[in-house]
Design a binder for this molecule. Structure first.
Ligand SMILES: Nc1ncnc2c1ncn2[C@@H]1O[C@H](COP(=O)(O)OP(=O)(O)OP(=O)(O)O)[C@@H](O)[C@H]1O
Ligand SMILES: [Mg+2]
Length: 385
């Protein structure tokens, strides 16, 4: 990517020559002759690097250092000082100038200095990109008190690296919250491994979780690591934990207590260090009463217990979520939907949302395809009755 450079110097011939020189080397260059013009250009065009003369017709160039410091882009500034003005140059460096060059400017030196600044700019770009990616993984809370409490507790549980039981209706964001906990804690650079206990045959669950040795059962022709070993150091997300068979629950409890497992058909005890997050959209207490869920495992899992409220119980968060999904969809599909009409928003606030946030997200995605490309209206929404 090329670098956008702004030259601020009142000497027109110098400006023109430098512009030409740098443009020929692939930089995007523009030039201005006064501080006022520089300010205007910086707010409008977000230059990534500034070459700044000290004495300008309308003021002292280095003043710009203070003004750009608070800009989001914070472009590095290279000062061009008159010969012998060392004191001023030192002062400018203290105030955050990237470099200073003495006039008459040597182009070789100038280019070297620009290259160093370019490295800084690329690093910042990368960081910004990274932050953007992080943001898309954000957990949207809205303003409801219930969600603020959930997120607060989730952050603490992440820091303390303890077991968490996440409950809530379908589509309330249990898995999204589990990922958020992983991202917020000391294990974020280690794996996040999810396993859906309802989607795996009960007889295969143990082998999936703990792995097996060669010959442990028919078809096990070579040793395999279980997901719990893969998750070592990180987070294991046990989704739909209520579907786990009772005998497996007993084995899981033992592994969690001992912090070690045996592969199926194996004898060696293998140490594992995982933070377990479990989720359920069924009431585990009922499961305990009915004899389908072990009470001891229940308490082992819910060191912290987070309940995600149904969307209908936090309607005040709907507008923020709608905005979030519209922006997300715009970015993903290259669309430019700007608004939702008040009556469409009202309808979404009134509706019961049995599928919760997942259903809301799908409805927005669909509405964006059906709308005129700019505004979502009532008719674009699926039947919400
Ligand atoms: N807080 C949130 N912020 C942003 N998006 C969310 C949030 N919660 C849920 N979503 C959206 O809703 C979808 C469903 O969330 P998730 O899969 O976490 O639900 P779930 O509670 O695990 O549902 P189920 O019980 O059906 O498995 C996600 O893919 C995401 O698009
Ligand atoms: Mg889920």
């Amino acid at each position: 990517m090329s670098l956008t450079i702004l030259i601020v110097d009142d000497e027109e011939s110098f400006r023109k020559n430098t512009e030409n020189y740098l443009a020929a080397r692939g930089y995007e260059v523009s030039g201005v002759g006064t501080l006022a013009e520089a300010r205007e250009n910086l707010t409008k065009n977000s230059a990534e690097l500034v070459l700044l003369d000290v004495q300008l017709p309308d003021g002292y160039g280095p003043n710009l250092l203070y003004e750009t410091a608070s800009m989001p882009s914070r472009p590095p500034i290279i000062l061009m000082t008159a010969h012998g003005d060392i004191e001023m140059a030192v002062d400018a460096m203290k105030n955050g100038a990237h470099d200073f060059l003495t006039k008459p400017i040597q182009y070789v030196q100038l280019e070297k200095s620009i290259q160093r600044a370019n490295e800084l700019v690329s690093m910042r770009r990368e960081l910004q990109h990274f932050r953007q990616v992080q943001k898309t993984r954000d957990f949207i809370t809205g303003n409801s008190l219930a969600m603020k409490q959930v997120i607060n507790m989730a952050q603490r549980a992440a820091t303390a690296s303890v077991s968490v039981l996440v409950t809530g209706e379908t589509g309330t964001g249990k898995e999204v919250l589990a990922k958020f906990i992983h991202q917020s804690g000391p294990r974020s650079s280690k794996p996040f491994i999810a396993i859906n206990c309802a989607a795996i045959q009960p007889t295969m669950l143990e082998a999936e979780l703990f792995g097996y040795e060669a010959g442990a059962f028919t078809g096990a022709d070579r040793k395999k690591h279980g997901l719990m070993e893969v998750a070592d150091g990180g987070v294991l997300f046990l989704d739909e934990i209520s579907s786990m068979p009772l005998d497996m629950q007993a084995k899981l409890l033992r592994v969690l207590e001992e912090r070690a497992l045996r592969r199926v058909g194996g004898t060696v005890l293998i140490r594992v260090d995982v933070q377990v997050l479990a989720a359920s959209n069924r009431n585990l207490k009922t499961g305990i009463k009915d004899g389908n869920f072990r009470e001891d495992l229940y308490y082992r899992l819910k060191v912290v217990d987070l309940h995600l409220p149904a969307l209908r119980d936090r309607k005040e968060d709907i507008p923020e979520l709608v905005g979030y999904f519209v922006r997300k969809c715009n970015a993903q599909q290259g669309m430019n939907v700007r608004d939702v009409t008040p009556r469409a928003m009202e309808k979404m606030i009134e509706y019961r949302w049995p599928g919760n946030i997942r259903e809301l997200s799908n409805s927005i995605e669909r509405a964006m395809l059906f709308c005129n490309g700019e505004v979502i209206d009532l008719a674009d929404l699926p039947d919400l009755d």
